[in-house]
Design a protein around this ligand. Structure first.
Ligand code: HEM
Length: 429
């Protein structure tokens, strides 16, 4: 395992443009991994197996340096290492060179609760939980279902579509806009912002910064409007919420951060999961037929889609030096919470690299583990189940086509971004 840098060296590195350079192909995945590597983005499963086997907490100097645990138990243990590992920087890439320096408080409220550590984490998370409880999210069922039909109406006659762009990508941004209480017509704009904040922004720090500023400005204006003229929506509810916690300090800035998180966390993740599920069904006809014959299997299949194609890898920053299973982590180092790799650990899953549509024991960590476990998992499952069910009802016969190459997004959220689909035109219109 390679040497690490200390905090000051790391800050200097972050301001150096060299840090963004790709740095050539990876020769050793245990000492020099690159989450931007094309092979890793397309199929990380065999690479995780090699890393887990040879060096379960691997290190790289790329992107300013980070650690990458790939075993289930290690990821779960590290997710619980609080306060040693902080969530105030959940992106592995360093801030853009010209990004304003944020105080510890500003880092924590930027997208609370995901960027917050205790005690702020506790009360910001509690502000969100009621809106995402299992019963509460059922109110979005009809809207999601109607939306899926409407999208399919738009392309079913043509016998082809881009399953990522025309379908998967369209659903979560509209559901989130609807949930927060902003214009669903903003969906396209949300997709663009989120793409720059989390996706392609991995390569272009300037654009990432600009997208983040635009998104925050948009939310700031929506907050301002509701402070003057309260509405019946989640944004207003959050702004005027009374939180029974002596630590709580609900300011408009905190609500801007929470809304920022809902847009970023609620969109890229779920669209990636819907896309991966459709890619799987369009690539493996036996599984598609099985779901058509046994539609009641869908919720179990959804858990396997979540496990096998787990999209989300968030990061932590070490607040102190830590020796963990042979890794000498230094204060200021980044650590990837590699939940997707944990979901393929043979110590926890039988034949982990096999997709088993009716897998019986499936205690996956696609939604994370510990205090930051996904607060939106009930909504995510509802969207996935609805999107897949409606697609199969309307378009039972389909395949991923080779008329143009597939494109996967990788980095910290993995899923299809270009996915040509073909089907006999005019099925179940
Ligand atoms: C399939 C879709 C999704 C996946 C795989 C997913 C995954 C995750 C993961 C792994 C975390 C933990 C991150 C960490 O430990 O740093 C997380 C946190 C979070 N997610 Fe999701 N997510 C999904 C959809 C959603 C949706 C739809 C929403 C809501 C709109 C949402 C809201 C959140 C929030 C608020 C947190 C922070 C929780 C906390 O810090 O206490 N997620 N998600």
């Amino acid at each position: 395992m390679a040497e690490t840098h200390d905090m000051h060296e790391k800050m200097d590195l972050a301001t150096s443009p060299d840090i963004w350079e790709q740095g050539g192909p990876v020769e050793d995945w245990t000492t020099d991994y690159d989450i931007r590597d094309e092979g890793y983005i397309e199929d990380p499963v065999p690479i995780w197996a090699e890393m887990r086997d040879k060096c379960p907490v691997a290190h790289t100097d790329r992107l300013g340096g980070s650690w990458n645990p790939t075993r289930f138990d290690d990821v779960r243990e590290m997710a619980k290492m609080i306060p040693e590992l902080s969530s105030r920087q959940v992106l592995v890439m360093p801030p853009a060179p010209n990004a304003p320096e944020l105080s510890r408080y500003e880092q924590q409220i930027a997208a609370a609760p995901i960027t917050a550590d205790p005690p702020m984490h506790g009360w910001t998370r509690r502000m969100l939980l009621p809106a995402f409880a299992p019963r509460a999210v059922t109110q979005y069922q009809d809207y999601t279902e109607g939306l899926c039909h409407e999208l399919i109406d738009g392309f079913i006659g043509a016998g082809r579509c881009d399953g990522a762009v025309d379908y998967s990508q369209q659903i979560p941004p509209r559901v989130i806009a609807h949930l927060i209480g902003v214009d669903p017509g903003m969906a396209e704009q949300f997709v663009e912002w989120v793409n720059w904040v989390l996706g392609e922004g991995l390569h272009e720090p300037e654009k990432r910064l600009r997208a983040r500023d635009e998104l925050l400005e948009f939310i700031g204006k929506e907050v301002e409007l509701r402070l003057q003229d309260p509405q019946e929506d989640l944004l207003t509810e959050l702004l005027f919420m009374e939180v029974d916690d002596p630590e709580a300090n609900v300011t408009p800035e905190v609500v801007v951060g929470i809304t920022n998180l809902l847009i970023v966390a609620g969109i890229d993740t779920t669209w990636s999961s819907i896309g991966s599920a459709l890619w799987h069904l369009g690539t493996y006809p036996d599984d598609r037929r099985r779901l058509l014959e046994e539609p009641e299997l869908l919720p179990i299949a959804t858990e396997e889609f979540l496990r096998y194609y787990a999209p989300v890898t968030m990061a932590r920053i070490a607040e102190t030096d830590i020796d963990f299973k042979g890794a000498h982590i230094k204060r200021g180092d980044k650590i990837l919470m590699n939940f997707p790799a944990a979901c393929h650990d043979p110590e926890h899953f039988e034949n982990p690299d096999e997709f088993i549509i009716d897998r019986a024991r499936n205690r996956h960590v696609a939604f994370g583990s510990g205090i930051h476990r996904c607060a939106g998992s009930n909504l995510a499952r509802l969207e996935m189940n609805t999107a897949i069910r409606v697609w199969l009802e309307r378009i039972p016969e389909f395949e991923v086509s080779d008329r143009e190459p597939m494109k996967w997004a990788g980095g910290q959220v993995r899923g299809p971004r270009v996915m040509p689909m073909s089907f006999p035109p005019g099925q179940q219109q």
